[in-house]
Design a protein around this ligand. Structure first.
Ligand SMILES: NC(=O)c1ccc[n+]([C@@H]2O[C@H](COP(=O)([O-])OP(=O)(O)OC[C@H]3O[C@@H](n4cnc5c(N)ncnc54)[C@H](O)[C@@H]3O)[C@@H](O)[C@H]2O)c1
Length: 297
């Protein structure tokens, strides 16, 4: 397959990620079908997309005609067979549950044409974990977008043990064609690239905080002013959702049982009281006023 042969894209899972990935592809001229098991979620996804694009029209970044054309190229459906039919590329962006993903890959393998590439947007699962559900492991790949996908430029493309070079290169080229910048990982390993680097930074940030070396506000300041990071690690944790970092650490801790892998007490306290960051209005910082203020402990 050549990149110009990719015309129809199927995205399954219309949550935070899938809805915007589908919209991004439609904005770049692809015919896109967006699938979800929930009709209500599909409606919410499309309303969210219309709202995002409406703001771009207001700001003069897109014309109403461009928006209308992109929306006309995007079809939402609860019927996976319809979504997958004739798709040259299918991207799975459903809940992060391996068994559910395996079911979806089995179905995508059955429902898409033989030449189609099947990709997962999973943040944690390597494609070699889902590839056995298909009869085409050489065409299975990770295509990992960042939140929010209508805005964030980076896409990680990860080759698994059996992913062909052609599949990885086509996926990277597709990322470029929809206005993103790909990086290709030649090996599959937990956390891929960005999250490994993020983990290293945030582990060190928690170490400094928990050992009384510096306050979290000073750690954030140091990363912002000394490293030119747009947001320090605690602000970023609040932005992404503290539960996400906590759950990922708990998963590692449950596997290794090592004390150094246990989530930091300052993180656990907040997650247990439901202070999950921006989405709940409070995490390391309190977002009820502008600018946000640091919380007590
Ligand atoms: N949220 C992030 O910041 C982020 C970033 C990168 C990657 N990811 C990954 O993207 C995937 C989706 O994450 P999200 O944040 O969009 O989740 P989400 O919970 O917002 O959305 C998941 C959607 O999948 C749907 N779904 C569940 N089972 C399904 C099935 N069998 N078939 C079709 N749809 C089904 C749900 O109805 C829901 O709408 C996950 O694998 C996650 O690890 C998330």
């Amino acid at each position: 397959m050549k990149i110009d042969d990719i015309r129809k894209i199927c995205v399954t899972g219309a949550g935070q990620m899938g809805s915007q990935i589908a919209m991004q592809a439609a904005l770049h001229g692809f015919t896109v079908s967006l699938h979800d098991i929930s009709a209500e979620q599909l409606e919410k996804a499309m309303a969210g997309n219309r709202h995002q694009l409406g703001r771009r029209v207001e700001k003069g970044k897109l014309s109403q005609d461009e928006v209308d054309a992109a929306l006309a190229r995007l079809r939402a459906t609860t019927d996976l067979a319809e979504a997958a039919q004739g798709a040259d590329f299918a991207l799975e962006a459903i809940v992060e549950i391996l068994d559910e993903k395996l079911k979806v890959f089995r179905e995508l393998d059955r429902l898409t044409p033989e030449h189609a590439i099947l990709a997962t947007n999973s943040s944690y699962l390597g494609n070699s974990q889902v590839a056995p559900a298909t009869g085409r492991p050489e065409k299975v790949v990770n295509m990992h977008f960042f939140f929010p996908p209508l805005v964030m430029k980076l896409v990680e493309v990860v080759k698994g043990e059996k992913t062909s070079e052609e599949t990885a290169l086509l996926t990277a080229e597709l990322a470029r064609r929809i206005g993103k910048v790909p990086v290709v990982l030649h090996k599959e390993l937990p956390g891929f690239l960005v999250n490994r680097i993020l983990r290293a930074i945030s582990n060190e940030a928690y170490f400094l905080l928990e050992n009384g070396v510096a306050s979290f506000t000073d750690v954030d300041l140091a990363c912002e002013l000394g490293l030119n990071h747009p947001m320090g690690p605690f602000k970023l944790g609040d932005f992404s959702g503290l539960d996400i970092g906590y759950n990922a650490r708990m998963e590692v801790y449950n596997k290794t049982g090592k004390e150094e892998d246990r989530p930091a007490a300052s993180l656990e306290r907040r997650v247990k009281r439901g202070d999950l960051g921006r989405k709940t209005g409070r995490g390391f910082y309190d977002y009820s006023s502008t600018p946000p203020t640091p919380t007590e402990e």
